[in-house]
Design a protein around this ligand. Structure first.
Ligand code: ADP
Ligand code: ASP
Ligand code: MG
Length: 819
């Protein structure tokens, strides 16, 4: 004998009943089948809604009509396909059930309440219609089928809406039955009978449990649960797009997964089948040839220690605390006795070791019942202030990881909690199953989707994601976009998914849920209707559950730089070649770092100094190793390196600047370079990085332009005026040359002071050979003394700067592994 259960999702309409019939008859041909059916899809919810509306005195006619339509349309459609379908029988069953329902609704509306026993009779009405629809369908196809009644055959105890089967007694009852040969047994799921022979239900989604009970009672060789997915996945496939199908699970794993929210299987299902070692298979009605998931007493998968993740949403945590708790015997039992009297099930319990408080979780729908019973139970203690007012915290979720192998493996909990921290969620409480087969955390409900996504990534896929938002599509921005586009296959090989979800310039913000197509980014930006706003970005990230959002600021804009703290607080990492933030006030400098730390986000600015050269990283590594920067000297500007190199060759300042500008080596406004301010900013960043408290004003800056030079006007006017500075440089350069020296624009940190100035250096000076856009940075430190650590290389240009930003972007991925 085999037991096959079909859920509401497999029974939505006449076609689906046909598909179920095909599966059942095919299997029945090789081994007798007993079938457990749910109500057609939506029916139980509809009945629950009718009861609720009737209690509230609301009109139920629309819901009633909907129910009637569901039943009659399936019956009519099936009858239309088979001349021998017993339509009259179905009509009478449906009429009888609806009449029963109508009478009950009237009573409930009058009373304004519904006893649980009546409620049970109403909400499982759909199952009784479902089995008749199906049995007649089998008969119309020439196979005998009879409906068996669980109210007579299965004994259950407990609350009328959530009873537990007595397997031994039920087995004995079944043993006395003789069922006709060659006949499909069809049993309505979800219900059973109590000691008085009254109908009770087994809890919502209880038909899976019915199937397990029937399998135990019939000594079935297998219990198959047919649903609308290919089996049990390692996370709810509706919530995690990349969820993977599990071939096999142990009974315990399946139980914990379903207990903690994997709705594909009711948690009570496992008890009876595990007791009799009946294998259980989860199969897909829409894809019958797929093997499904096998649940047995073995745990076979050795690859994954954690088998799956599940979540329970709409959870309330109750906290009973107060000075009266300490050492008071029997508090826990009073709390849980009261809760159980209210028929509220407790999902998870945690107690602080101080015994000062007991916290536990229930479904939010039970909150009112729990509140009133607890306040009654502890009225005396509450009035005497032995207990603090009982706290109810709602809008929570429980997120759990489950796997047999977790017992022997260290570090699982650490990985779980670091995943939660990566999602920036607040952990309200934690619990570990005593079997060490599961770990659960209570978190804010609004974060559960993000958390499950990150945990899934960290445990099951090596995929690392970077969700990029680029502000500023000028030279660096453009180069970065093109590098990201080119590197896609390289990234894929390394399991990195780097998508650009947003692009902004000074006027527009383009956002795309599936990522912006990088070969058409200009069009995307042109079509964009909205202006840049952090609020909009935040909503976008929340709506699309992006978990590693990074803003890359490729502007040199001060207003954007002033927003970095807000970006970090909103959960974005910030990557930037823009020096404005790091050279703003010292107060803002600290604020940025605090915001990054508090929000566990990274603020990365390697390209602030030396473009793509590893300057900041090297300096930070030295300092982390306990070294100290004692002095610094360098050529920090690619454009000035280029311009001063040209002066060596006898070129005029104006010509050298024009060529540098044409090659994209200068800032958009070359005065930013020639004023010396760009170098001053870099020097300030180096100094601050080395721990010096300093403002931009504290730096002694000599302009490249002679003091008498008028640098006013537009960029074009300035460039036109620039030849007026040529003579000054001709003189400086020829004086230097006379001494065998060249001119260099040097940034210097010495004795706690910073200075940028034009220097004439001889052939023995380390900066003598630095030209053509090259940068050189000589770091003098306690360890690197007297010979400094020198970093030298190409330090300007959009491509190297973009490459540096790219490296920073990748650092947000390694950060994931670190937290
Ligand atoms: P039925 O009506 O057949 O009883 P359910 O809706 O009760 O179907 O259960 C099937 C659903 O369970 C799937 O559609 C899926 O969205 C959900 N589900 C939740 N967690 C999981 C999981 N870990 N694996 C598979 N399905 C899951
Ligand atoms: N029809 C019932 C419910 O929706 C039982 C089930 O389908 O498992 O809760
Ligand atoms: Mg179900």
């Amino acid at each position: 004998m085999q037991v096959l259960k079909f859920g509401g999702s497999s029974l939505a309409n006449a076609d689906k009943y046909q598909a179920v019939k095909n599966i059942v008859l095919a299997q029945h041909a090789s081994q007798p089948a007993a079938v457990v059916l749910s109500a057609p899809q939506g029916v139980t919810n509809n009945l629950v809604a009718i009861v609720k509306a009737a209690i509230a005195g609301d009109n139920t006619s629309a819901l009633y009509t909907q129910l009637e339509t569901t039943f009659t349309s399936i019956a009519q459609d099936l009858a239309a396909q088979y001349a021998n379908y017993n339509k009259a029988h179905l009509e009478s069953v449906i009429a009888e059930k609806l009449a029963f329902l109508k009478a009950r609704i009237e009573g409930i509306s009058l009373l304004g309440q519904c006893p649980d026993a009546i409620n049970a009779q109403i909400i499982c009405l759909g199952e009784f219609v479902s089995v008749e629809l199906f049995a007649e369908l089998c008969k119309a196809n020439g196979t005998n089928a009879i409906v068996i009644n669980p109210v007579e055959l299965i004994l259950a105890h407990g609350a009328p809406l959530n009873s537990l089967a007595d397997i031994e007694v039920s087995r004995a009852t079944f043993a006395k039955q003789s069922f006709p040969e060659n006949t499909v047994l069809v049993m309505p799921g979800f219900c059973a009978g109590n000691e008085n022979g009254e109908l009770v239900t087994l809890g919502r989604n209880g038909s899976d449990y019915s199937a397990a009970i029937l399998a135990a009672c019939l000594n079935a060789s297998v219990c198959e649960i047919w649903t609308d997915v290919d089996g049990v996945y390692n996370a709810d496939p509706r919530r995690v797009y990349e969820a993977q199908l599990l071939e096999q699970l142990s009974y315990q794993e399946a139980m914990e997964l379903s207990y903690f929210g994997a709705s594909v299987l009711h948690p009570k299902t496992i008890g009876p089948i595990a007791q009799y070692s009946i294998p259980c298979r989860i199969k897909n009605t829409l894809n019958p040839s797929a093997p499904g998931t096998l649940i047995t007493d073995e745990s076979i998968d050795t690859e994954h220690v954690v088998k799956g993740i599940s979540t329970l949403d709409n959870i309330t945590m109750i906290n009973v605390a107060g000075p009266g708790m300490k050492g008071m015997v029997g508090m826990a039992s009073r709390i849980f006795d009261a809760i159980s009297r209210a028929h509220v099930s407790v999902l998870m319990i945690t107690q602080s070791s101080s015994e000062y408080s007991i916290s536990f979780c229930i479904y939010t729908e039970d909150e009112d019942k729990a509140r009133s019973i607890l306040n009654d139970e502890f009225e005396l203690e509450l009035t005497n202030k032995l207990l603090e007012p009982i706290e109810f915290r709602s809008d929570l979720s429980v997120i759990s990881i489950v796997g047999d192998g977790m017992r022997q493996t260290k570090g699982i909990a650490a990985r779980f909690f670091s995943s939660l921290s990566q999602t920036n969620v607040n952990i309200v409480a934690i619990a570990q199953g005593s079997s060490e087969r599961s770990i659960s955390a209570v978190i804010e409900g609004s974060k559960s989707q993000d958390a499950i996504k990150v945990i899934h990534q960290n445990f099951f896929s090596n995929l690392h994601v970077v969700d990029a938002f680029i502000i500023g599509c000028g030279t660096v921005g453009k180069a970065l976009i093109s590098q990201i586009e080119k590197q896609q296959s390289f990234l894929q090989e390394r399991n990195i998914s780097l998508q650009v979800y947003g692009l902004a310039n000074s006027r527009q913000l383009a956002l795309a849920e599936n990522g912006i197509k990088l070969n058409e980014w200009q069009a995307a930006l042109e079509d964009a209707k909205q202006a840049f706003s952090l609020e909009r970005l935040k909503t976008f990230v929340e709506e699309n559950h992006l978990i590693n959002p990074v803003i890359i600021d490729c502007t040199s804009n001060e207003t954007i730089a002033d927003m970095y703290v807000d970006f970090l607080q909103a959960g974005f990492h910030v990557v930037t070649p823009n020096k404005k933030a790091n050279t703003s006030t010292m107060a803002y400098y600290h604020e940025l770092r605090e915001a990054a730390k508090e929000n566990k986000r990274r603020f990365l600015y390697e390209t602030n100094v030396g473009a793509g050269l590893p300057v900041i990283d090297t300096l930070q590594n030295l300092l982390h190793a306990g070294d100290e920067l004692t002095g610094f000297q360098g050529i920090l500007s690619g454009s000035l390196s280029y311009i001063f190199g040209k002066l060596d060759e006898g070129m005029s300042l104006a010509d050298a600047t024009t060529i540098a500008r044409d090659n994209g080596f200068t800032e958009p406004d070359p005065r930013d370079d020639l004023s010396g301010m760009d170098v001053a900013r870099k020097l300030l960043i180096m100094a601050r990085e080395a721990g010096m408290d300093m403002e931009l004003d504290d730096i002694d800056v000599e302009s490249v332009l002679p003091a008498s030079f008028n640098a006013e006007g537009s960029i074009d006017e300035f460039m036109a005026n620039l030849p007026n500075a040529n003579a000054y440089y001709e003189k400086l350069a020829s004086d230097a040359k006379a001494e065998g020296k060249v001119l260099r624009y040097v940034g210097l940190i010495e004795n706690g002071k910073c200075k940028c100035s034009i220097e004439a250096v001889g052939a023995d000076h380390p900066l003598f050979a630095i030209k053509d856009g090259e940068n050189a940075l000589a770091l003098q430190s306690v360890y690197y003394n007297p010979i400094p650590l020198v970093i030298r290389g190409y330090g300007a240009g959009a491509d190297v700067t973009a490459a540096g930003c790219f490296t920073d972007l990748m650092r947000t991925v390694s950060w994931k592994r670190e937290v």
